[in-house]
Write a protein of this length. Sequence first.
Lengths: 356, 100
Amino acid sequence: MDNLLLDASKFIALTPEAITFLFIVGFIGGLVSGFIGSGGAFVLTPGMMSLGVTGTVAVASNMCHKFPKALVGAIKRFKYGQVDIKLGLIMAGSAGIGVQVGIWIQKMILANYGQAGSNLYVSLSFVAVLVIVGGYVMYDALTGSKEGDAPKVGTLAQRLQKIELAPMMTFKTAGMRISFWFTVPVGFATGMLAATIAVGGFIGVPGMIYVLGASSLVGSATELVVAFVMGLFGTINWAMQGMVDIRLVLIILAGSLLGVQLGAIGTTYVKEHMIKLVMGTIMLIVAVSRGIAVPKYLVDLNLMQVSPSTLAIMDKASFAFMCVALLVGSVIILGSMFKARRADTRAVARAAGGHA
Amino acid sequence: MAHAPSDKKPVAQTIAYGIATTAIYAGVFSFADTITALFAKGALWAAGPIVTVFAVSWVHGQFAHNLWTCLGVTARLPRAEVRPTVQPVARPQVRATLNA
């Protein structure tokens, strides 16, 4: 039975604090994922690493918890009529290619510039994508909300939908007809981002909304299908290398399956722009978090001089900002759900009073 | 559309799935080190964590669904409104004419 002893260099000893932390982050990450289609992974991986889990085991375990969570969320939102399975599967196909290209780029950077170069590339990708895409999502959420409830199809999506480039595809749930070739770059970019920063949805959901023309409700729900397919194949890969820590996965799942269903339910209460608002807020706060982490990698590459104590503070501040991003997102989701439910209760009471 | 609370709470299902979830977690964590080491052997042992999380996602997922229903947290709208897909307008076929 010696070979069944747990490899202490690979798998950590669990403490009550670690279990509580993983459960809570799992719940909040699940809540956000159920609502905006992605999220949570960016806190879970560094969170696990801060508990002493090695990078590869953290990434593998995170992915192993992600696909069943996405499956449960997708089924829940499918029942609400929000998931376009055809769009999700097509996106997942090109995302799979994007993941492979993303991994190849990562390996190339790692071979040429070492771990610090790779970390810098990841952080800069985080900051660039999140500031540009997150900023636009936020702008749209803030300006769109003033224009009323009816979500409009963006100008770019309208133009692309008019281009008759075979094969044209009709996505009934998303209510759009667009060339297959326009879904490819969106799916590809989703996969590339998933391989680089582990949160492909930060480009997949805005891509489906602004490039293809899906509503934010359908885009965020369909992203769960993409996350499920990518997560399942990623997990098979990692599990075959023996990198999954099933204990960590089950603890995170305990929280995230509760959260993802609550988040999915939340989408039936709020107006569509709330999904954009939550997504934009989280993306911009995470961008700040990764921006704070950049000097550390510049120091590692001898491109900058910062004292070790300052770097330690910046490291902690970076992680704290990530946690804040999730917390703020969850507060907005729960707050808007609570407001909508209270308004419903009042409406029911008023109607009952009117009939009396 | 106003939220209509359901009349009957699935208490029995919640308890049943709760017990099943607890049993799975108790089973795995009673032999946590051995199971984790086995699942980390790689190759065909990769099926272990995948089958486990599928089982947990079903049992615990059902528990979570019933729990939220019991707590009165249910969806407001049964189904989202589907936006009609704009299909291209068919161009009228031009009939060939012979002007002789």
